[in-house]
Write a protein that binds this ligand. Structure first.
Ligand code: PXP
Length: 280
């Protein structure tokens, strides 16, 4: 298959003003976000803060604040912050998104469904990255990838709108060559490969799922798509995914937020970066 000559690494969208390699104010750890070299072949960690908001929404109060938590995750080395504003507003609220966009120094990756109201909000949000996801009100979390074959027309309509705003779109997609081929035909800049089946599989099935992801990475890259991955990744299963070819960014939420309840945000992020091979 023809390799399309796209650059592998985009210019870093980090808005940090600190000098490269400087230490963060948090416990003297070197700030990975600030020393990150976008030319180096290294996967980035985007931390999903949805479940910080889930805990807050249990009481409909103000604590814990996903924005303050996101800033701590950044100080620990997260290279981006992800959130999903769902139509039912079960965790992240509109005001959280506005405050995240204002305060996050690296970049905000907003997950959005193709629902017209959510697309309007995403377009107006000033989030640097948009990940288009399926959304089903009954689900506990995002279940499968977006069916790009079924959503082809809607995607063809919205992709240029995001491009005009300078927002970088990824489509959350199963590691399926048929779906990937359509994403490539639509000239989507990125896909985020759904790692849920890999995360849930055991034994030989896990190896098969990893191989399916590897093939999907190669197929996507060969067809001009840039590759992110995420869903269900944790401290145990992340390393093989971080080493997959062409993967630029992992979106990880539940495992980091859960671990942070025990060890704190800083250590939870640092330990994930270490498992990904980014930091010690
Ligand atoms: N990527 C996408 C597109 C998602 O919808 C989610 C869940 O919000 C994640 C990654 C993160 O999944 P997890 O919380 O299991 O790490």
């Amino acid at each position: 298959m023809m390799r399309i000559g796209r650059p592998r690494y985009a210019k870093c969208a980090c808005r940090s003003t600190a000098s490269p390699g400087s230490e963060s104010s948090f416990g003297g750890w070197p700030c990975v976000a600030q020393s990150y070299n976008p030319a180096a072949p290294m996967v980035r960690l985007h931390v999903n803060v949805d479940h910080v908001a889930t805990v807050r929404q249990a009481r409909r109060g103000v604590n814990p604040d996903p924005v303050g938590w996101a800033l701590l995750a950044e100080q620990a080395g997260a290279q981006g912050i992800t959130c999903h504003l769902r139509k039912d507003r079960r965790h992240i609220q509109d005001d959280d998104l506005k405050r995240l966009v204002k305060k996050v120094r690296t970049l905000v990756n907003l997950e959005s469904s193709l629902d017209p109201e959510m697309v309007r909000i995403a377009l107006a949000s000033k989030a640097q990255c948009i990940c288009l996801v399926p959304e089903n009100r009954q689900e506990i979390t995002t279940e499968g990838g977006l069916d790009v074959a079924a959503e082809r027309r809607a995607l063809a309509k919205v992709l240029p709108l995001f491009a005009r705003k300078g927002q970088i779109v990824s489509i959350f997609i199963d590691p399926d060559p048929k779906q990937l081929a359509i994403a490539a035909e639509l000239s989507a800049p990125f896909v985020e490969l759904h790692t849920g089946s890999y995360a849930n599989a055991k034994g030989k099935a896990k190896e098969r799922e990893l191989e399916r992801l590897r093939k999907a990475c190669e197929f996507a890259y060969d067809n001009g798509l840039r590759v992110n991955a995420g869903h269900g990744l944790d401290y145990v299963n992340v390393a093989p995914v971080a080493r997959l070819p062409h993967v630029e960014e992992l979106n990880i939420g539940h495992a980091i937020v859960s671990h942070a309840l025990t060890v704190g945000v800083h250590l939870a992020v640092r330990q994930m970066l270490a498992q990904m091979g980014i930091a010690k």
